[in-house]
Design a protein around this ligand. Structure first.
Ligand SMILES: [Zn+2]
Length: 506
């Protein structure tokens, strides 16, 4: 009986290899396979055919196969960027290096409350394929703009407006959106009530979606903001995720463990809460988020911001349409030029940006952005090491270096240099664990039948190179990247292949 079983198994493998042998493929040999499950690296070869991984093991190439010698380096699943703003760049530069050069093969967009309608995204992706796979959330602020008008958002939605938002959201979820994203700290959503958010979250849960949130406060009122997302997870029972978790209030630096204790406690009572995190001590956002009370001309608030919420000596303007000469300078340096203290400079810059917007109503793109030095290294390490956190970039192209270096920074600085966790664990947080969160059934792990999203990297040299002065510098140690079986990046260059697809929630 045992023999018969063995025979059936053997013939099954044989049949599979015959169908595989019929066409040429690519074999990547001489690699350390880090398969995205977290288990230790092993020696193996991987065979790709079409857009899939078709065999793993001690493989012999066929005559027609292209053989790639991995030279003992690591082959991992392509990285999934759970919170990305790269899409805007990819629409202009479709083989864009910002994703592939750091090993990212799938970006999840529609973040912080801002998203694209699924129909137009779908149409765009078919007509204009890009280098990376794309998945998307539906944004609460975008829904509010449709239902309430983009200039009337500083209030709670009315009952008919909320109904309209729910209807659109349900339809977007049916079209493959992965869930609801909110950017509650931003003014377009800040004035929405907890109930409005819960009502929308319930629609999402009823359609088996996910909830991700740039929470209402990452500084002064972070505790209440964490309570709010826990409550949403409790009431809806769906997976909820804190976007780019951070502690941006200097007085609370070093308390990441307390936050995680609270999240772990909620998990114990059945709330499926997790977080994503990027590996930098500075964020990238608007000057306006530095005013939690939205009192943008209040000098006392500005002074509190410069003391507690960011370091004006190390925080750099990365975008400033009213005066591009300020870009690249710190708030303190701009203050010196303007003969103002940093707090007053902050107020002046916001006023200049407002005046610019009024004078240029048709200006598209962001008028101002700042890379704000606001977090402690210790907290970042604590969040990165939390078993429930996954890695994101929160990046786009240019401005903040995370757009080019978030994933390689984790592997170079936090894995190799500071030994925060084993390589396999870090890669799991960039691949298998993210795929599980999103429910990507056939991505995020190197397994037979999965899509061939792959990265070949050198664990001895992988490192981010982008910084505030040169935010587009390419990482070291990312040797080759494949998306859906096609090589997209090699020797620090895009190959020009554009195999990215729109991934829809099933
Ligand atoms: Zn955000």
């Amino acid at each position: 009986m045992a023999q018969v079983k063995w025979f059936i198994l053997a013939s099954f493998i044989c049949i599979q290899s015959i169908s595989v042998n019929a066409q040429p493929g690519t074999i990547i040999t001489n690699i350390q396979l880090v398969d995205g499950t977290g288990k230790p690296a092993s020696r193996a070869s991987v065979r790709i055919q079409g857009d899939k991984i078709v065999a793993i093991g001690a493989l012999k190439p066929n005559k027609m196969d292209q053989v790639i010698d991995g030279k003992g380096k690591v082959l991992a699943p392509g990285f999934i960027d759970s919170h990305s703003h790269h899409f805007g760049d990819l629409t202009k530069n479709r083989s864009g290096l910002s994703t592939s050069s750091q090993g990212i093969t799938t970006i999840v967009i529609g973040q912080d409350g801002n998203g694209y309608p699924m129909d137009s995204l779908s149409k765009w992706m078919i007509e204009n394929p890009v280098v990376s796979n794309v998945a998307s959330y539906t944004g609460q602020s975008s829904l509010r703009e449709i239902a309430m008008g983009e200039n009337d958002l500083y209030r709670n939605a009315t009952v008919p407006e909320l109904q309209k938002m729910k209807t659109i959201l349900a339809s977007e979820l049916a079209k493959g959106s992965f869930g609801l994203s909110t950017g509650l700290e931003y003014e377009a959503a800040f004035y929405s009530s907890k109930q409005e958010v819960i009502d929308l979250a319930k629609v999402t849960a009823a359609n088996q979606g996910l909830y991700t949130s740039h929470i209402r406060s990452e500084d002064l009122h972070m505790d209440e903001a964490i309570d709010e997302i826990i409550e949403i997870g409790r009431q809806t029972k769906m997976p909820v995720q804190v976007s780019h978790i951070k502690i941006a209030n200097k007085l609370n630096w070093g308390t990441a463990n307390l936050i995680l204790e609270k999240l772990n406690q909620a998990r114990k009572t059945g709330v499926n809460i997790s977080a994503d995190v990027y590996p930098y001590t500075f964020w990238n956002s608007t000057l306006r988020v530095l005013f939690p009370g939205k009192d943008f001309d209040n000098l006392a608030s500005a002074e509190m911001a410069t003391k507690q919420l960011f370091d004006p000596n190390e925080s750099v303007l990365v975008q400033f349409a009213p005066n591009p000469n300020y870009v690249g300078k710190t708030i303190t340096a701009i203050g010196v030029e303007r003969n103002e203290q940093p707090a007053q400079a902050l107020i002046s810059l916001i006023q200049l940006a407002e005046d610019f917007k009024k004078a240029n109503p048709n200006y598209t793109g962001s008028v101002e952005a700042i890379a704000g030095k606001a977090m402690s290294e210790e907290d970042i390490k604590t969040f990165l090491a939390w078993p429930e956190s996954i890695i994101c970039s929160d990046g786009n192209s240019g401005g903040h270096p995370r757009g080019y270096g978030a994933f390689t920074r984790v592997l170079g600085r936090y894995v190799r240099e500071s030994n925060l966790m084993p390589l396999e664990k870090a890669i799991y947080k960039m691949t298998g664990q993210s795929a599980d969160f999103f429910g990507f059934k056939n991505r995020g792990r190197i397994a037979v039948g999965n899509f061939a999203d792959l990265v070949l990297l050198d664990p001895a040299t992988v490192m981010d190179e982008a910084n505030l002065k040169n935010s587009k510098a390419l990482s070291k140690g990312i040797e080759m990247v494949w998306v859906n079986g096609q090589l997209v990046y090699q020797a620090q260059k895009a190959t020009g292949n554009l195999p990215g697809v729109l991934i829809k929630r099933k």
